[in-house]
Design a binder for this molecule. Structure first.
Ligand code: ZN
Length: 448
């Protein structure tokens, strides 16, 4: 039987413990931190019909979260899995498959109720509604938008909780009617109007800091598939037109025949560049050499190793470049070496302090270096691919998975770079890096 009182009690117990250990409770609650506190490993999966999955073990449970969902929904799922661990694992099962939709059994309902009461405790929710209430003590959609932001929950979850748990929504509607009203309100658009930043970066940062990431081993099938994906998408971002089959063919042939591969003699520019890109990325993901910024020269050489004039590879540009529409322009070519020395100091200091940074801090540093490379623009060609290769090298130093930008998201990526050109704001780029990390982790255990 669905026991709501039990779920409220369990959530209150967790909140009480947060208060005892931290002195106070601040919102939004971080369910990822709570899961990690009890020894769970959090990772991501490309689920179709599941929000999440829990493999319970007394010492090391594994929680997999649907990487396709919004961060607010992912937070709810993390809290939901915590609910299973605290309320259900003793009696019911060791494994929980938590569906996106359909009729939910009592166990699922209880975990949902736990999550809702943990992320939006009634007392605090009432306080928030008090702040915005009308003369009848109720709130409408606009107010709910603000309250959802405060708790780090989805707009829909917030409205429904205020409506059904608190009975303080301005209209008296049933679930079906309310769902329709919410759609009509267009919360995503409204939210963009109301808030300057809607990337949810803070919530994403809270998640990755307690999530599990791993490096990629290129000797494993899964690693090979990763690099094939990477080179395919990375090439297409630069409008190097290769198909997935071509990349896979080149990669396989290169592994068997090395530089004797027929592809290496190709006169097709796209093939030649894909070849170089494979070698460069393999190097960035595997090399044990010490990273300094001047290694980008080697990266450029690898990238253009099979190009018609390889002797020009690895040479810095000797003229000034313009980025169309950018407020910030690449540095004059005469300053490239000076600026690289500056950037190298940054990289060396980051390496020395690498263990001190949280994952999210590190991602913001990597995004910053990405930005500096964009301004440097040291070569005539290949800067984008080299910068992304360098990004993966940096991520690996912190034992984080490498990433690639899906070519379907090319516009979003270019927009992020443009935003940096305009005002130095790396938020969008950080968001893209974090989401890519989640996606890659999902791909690394696709067999789930
Ligand atoms: Zn569940």
């Amino acid at each position: 039987m669905y026991n709501i009182a039990k779920t409220i009690l369990a959530a209150e117990k967790v909140l009480k413990r947060i208060k005892e250990t931290k002195g106070n409770i601040s919102f939004p609650i971080n369910p990822f931190e709570l899961l990690k506190d009890i020894g769970a490993i959090i990772t991501y999966s490309n689920f179709d019909k599941l929000e999440g999955l829990l493999l319970y073990d007394k010492k090391k449970s594994v929680v997999a979260i649907n990487m396709n969902r919004q961060i607010t929904r992912q937070r709810f799922t993390a809290a939901h899995e915590l609910g299973h661990i605290l309320m259900h694992t003793q009696v019911h099962s060791n494994n929980f498959l938590c569906p996106i939709s359909g009729i939910k059994n009592d166990i699922e309902k209880e975990a949902d109720s736990f999550a809702s009461n943990l992320l939006m405790p009634t007392e605090e929710l009432n306080k928030q509604v008090d702040m915005y209430q009308d003369k009848d003590g109720k709130v409408g959609m606009d107010e709910c938008l603000l309250i959802a932001e405060y708790f780090g929950v989805s707009f829909e979850a917030c409205v429904k909780t205020i409506c059904f748990r608190l009975k303080r929504f301005e209209k008296d509607l049933d679930n079906v009617e309310l769902t329709k009203e919410i759609k009509k309100y267009r919360p995503t658009t409204k939210r963009k109007e109301l808030f300057e930043s809607t990337t949810d970066l803070n919530l994403l940062m809270n998640a990755v800091d307690y999530s599990y990431f791993s490096i990629v081993n290129l000797n494993e099938i899964i690693g090979i598939r990763f690099i094939q994906n990477l080179v395919y998408h990375d090439s297409r971002i630069e409008k190097v037109n290769v198909t997935k089959e071509e990349v896979n063919g080149i990669f396989a042939d290169l592994r068997i025949h090395g530089s004797e591969s027929e592809y290496c003699k190709s006169e097709n520019q796209n093939i030649i560049e894909a070849l170089g890109n494979i070698e460069m990325n393999q190097y960035c993901i595997e090399t044990k050499e010490e990273l300094d910024i001047f290694k980008i020269k080697d990266l450029n050489k690898m990238l253009y190793k099979y190009a018609p004039y390889p002797e020009y590879a690895g040479m810095y540009r000797n003229s000034d470049n313009m980025i169309l529409g950018g407020k910030i322009q690449p540095v004059p070519y005469t300053e490239i070496i000076d600026k690289m020395n500056e950037l190298n100091k940054v990289i060396q200091s980051v390496k020395e302090n690498i263990d001190k940074y949280s994952i999210s801090e590190y991602v913001s540093i990597v995004a910053g270096i990405h930005y500096n490379m964009t301004i440097l623009h040291p070569f005539n060609d290949g800067n984008g691919r080299i910068t992304r290769g360098l990004t993966n090298w940096l991520l690996r130093l912190k034992k984080l998975c490498p990433i690639y930008i899906d070519s379907d998201n090319r516009d979003e990526y270019l927009e992020a770079l443009q935003k940096i050109d305009q005002d130095g704001n790396t938020e969008l780029l950080q968001t893209i890096i974090i989401k890519s990390m989640m996606k890659v982790m999902a791909e690394l255990h696709e067999s789930w």
